[in-house]
Design a protein around this ligand. Structure first.
Ligand SMILES: C[C@H](O)[C@H](O)[C@H]1CNC2=NC(N)=NC(=O)C2=N1
Length: 96
């Protein structure tokens, strides 16, 4: 069973993810991505979906035209875990 991060671990992890915001409900982290159009947004979502499936860790997300909103939380742990942090870094890497 995966555990949620301790307060110390959270603080350290979030310091490395300045683009992500803490959200309360569900306990996790969130980031908004804005692209030029729907095709670019959906292409990004496809790449995130492949990462998520490989990691067996899946985002809560929504898409409206060129915008993608992602929340990462670990359902099995009931909050933010290292899996969310790892996926956030992998998603960030897609944009480099
Ligand atoms: C059985 C399967 O491994 C689990 O249900 C995985 C799948 N993807 C998941 N994704 C997320 N975000 N949280 C989980 O707890 C989770 N659990």
């Amino acid at each position: 069973m995966i555990a949620t991060l301790t307060q110390e671990q959270r603080a350290a992890a979030l310091a490395e993810l300045p683009e992500w915001t803490v959200v309360a409900e569900p306990d996790g982290i969130s980031r908004r991505f804005v692209f030029s159009d729907f095709v670019a947004a959906f292409g990004f979502m496809t790449r995130v979906a492949i990462l998520a499936e490989k990691a067996d860790h899946h985002p809560e997300w929504s898409n409206v035209y060129n915008r993608v909103d992602i929340v990462l939380t670990t359902h099995d742990a009931g909050g933010l875990s290292q899996r969310d942090v790892d996926l956030a870094h992998a998603i960030n890497s897609l944009l480099e």
